[in-house]
Design a protein around this ligand. Structure first.
Ligand code: HEM
Length: 388
């Protein structure tokens, strides 16, 4: 039972976090809108704010994911200054969205990643463990990518660093949640090999794009195989309800991670066009978004201090996302633009369904309509049994 006195302060915390979360979600919605126009799809658009199209990638990676992950980290650490990370990235994204010219948006986003690196260093200081170090490396790759972007490197040369940010953050999270599982002896050295190849690829891509991206692809494949073999999700998939749902998201995400790795290996160097679209979105939508779908029932409650109510309808956005992504990749790789458009539209619908399902799972019980449900996770430190 929570102390009644703590309720007002919890309420204030919750309310304070909502604007930051909203800035992240705004980046997601407008970033996806810009991405859909870039496919191309004939959608209405206020042309004076052309940044949504040009900055689709930065809005998704730095504006949405950077802000949400920064917020989650700040909530976990509970130190006021760490909120500077989501505040700066959220403000930077807003400048990009409203079409402010010059480098103000990029600068704020980069400053946000500086605070994020400091927060990651604080986490390592507090808990010197493999998973915190891996997450810390992820923070450093994000900052490096942002600096390169600020120094006018083209986005396709920055993308490997941004991928490093997300791959290492997610890997660190999975290592954390699988920590108490008994591992075979070879697990740790194999992880180092996968990590080493991946990081070598990211760094090398800055000097020799083709070789670097091929190595990066090999590293992604190795990570996918490692996670598929050693992640606790292999066990928890035999459970029921929310725990099984999370495991389904995770394991299918690892398949997309392997697919992205193979595409990078086969099609490097990637700069624009259909192979670029296929490899990038196998990673960002297939892997990263399935991880978000799987972790959302943990992240949203910990940030908003509200329990989420799992409902089987959550599987709908998981299925629609993957079905549409398959169509999109078939369109990309087979040279069928119509299929690419159809798949991309399906991806947008899946993300809208995800938002709608998540919001409804919070609001439904208050409005008396969530039906049969399984409550999850009330506070910041709660994790599901076995971590999905
Ligand atoms: C409905 C969902 C999405 C659509 C329709 C979409 C569409 C596109 C398109 C058409 C491109 C340009 C590809 C090319 O140059 O040939 C692109 C690039 C990119 N996308 Fe997406 N995308 C979506 C979701 C995402 C997500 C979820 C992320 C990240 C989390 C993401 C990150 C990127 C990045 C980093 C680039 C490279 C940007 C650049 O080179 O300027 N996209 N996307």
């Amino acid at each position: 039972m929570k102390d009644a006195k703590s309720r007002p302060s919890q309420f204030r915390q919750r309310i304070g976090r909502v604007p930051l979360l909203m800035l992240g979600i705004l980046s997601l919605v407008l970033g996806v809108w810009g991405g859909l126009i870039r496919v191309p799809l004939n959608l209405p658009f206020p042309t004076e704010n052309a940044n949504w199209i040009t900055f689709h990638g930065p809005l998704m990676v730095c504006g949405f994911l950077g802000t949400v992950i920064g917020l989650e980290r700040a909530v976990g650490l509970g130190k006021w200054w760490t909120y500077g990370a989501p505040l700066l990235t959220g403000a930077g994204a807003l400048l990009l969205i409203v079409g402010v010219l010059g480098k103000k948006g990029e600068t704020l986003l980069t400053l946000g990643s500086v605070v994020f690196v400091l927060a990651a260093a604080e986490v390592v200081r507090l808990r010197r463990e493999l998973f915190t170090v891996v997450m810390g490396l992820g923070a450093v790759t994000w900052l490096t990518g942002n600096l390169l972007w600020l120094w006018d490197w083209p986005i396709h040369r920055v993308v490997p660093w941004w991928m490093g940010f997300l791959a290492l953050t997610i890997l660190g999270e999975r290592l954390d949640l699988s920590r108490f599982q008994k591992q075979v002896r070879s697990a740790r050295p194999l992880l180092w090999v996968a990590l080493g190849v991946f990081l070598a690829g990211v760094v090398w891509s800055a000097f020799a794009q083709r070789l670097g991206e091929r190595l990066l692809g090999l590293g992604l494949l190795a990570m996918a195989l490692w996670l598929g073999r050693f992640d606790i999700a292999r066990r928890t998939i035999r459970q029921a309800g929310l725990t099984r749902y999370m495991a389904v998201c995770l394991l299918s995400g690892y398949v997309w991670l392997a697919g992205a790795g193979i595409l990078f290996w086969l099609r490097a160097p990637l700069e624009y066009g259909s192979s670029y679209d296929a490899a990038l979105h196998a990673f960002f939508l297939g892997f990263v978004f399935l991880m978000i779908f799987g972790h959302a029932p943990v992240i949203f409650p910990s940030v908003l201090l509200l329990p989420i109510n799992f409902r089987p309808v959550f599987y709908v956005h998981v299925v629609v996302l993957q079905g549409a992504l398959l169509l999109r990749l078939a369109g990309d790789l087979g040279g069928w633009p119509g299929l690419r458009q159809l798949g991309s539209m399906g991806n947008g619908i899946a993300l809208a369904l995800f938002l709608a399902n998540t919001i409804w799972s919070f609001l439904g019980p208050w409005l008396g309509g969530a039906g049969r449900r399984e409550r999850s996770l009330g506070g910041p430190l709660d994790k599901p049994a076995g971590g999905g």
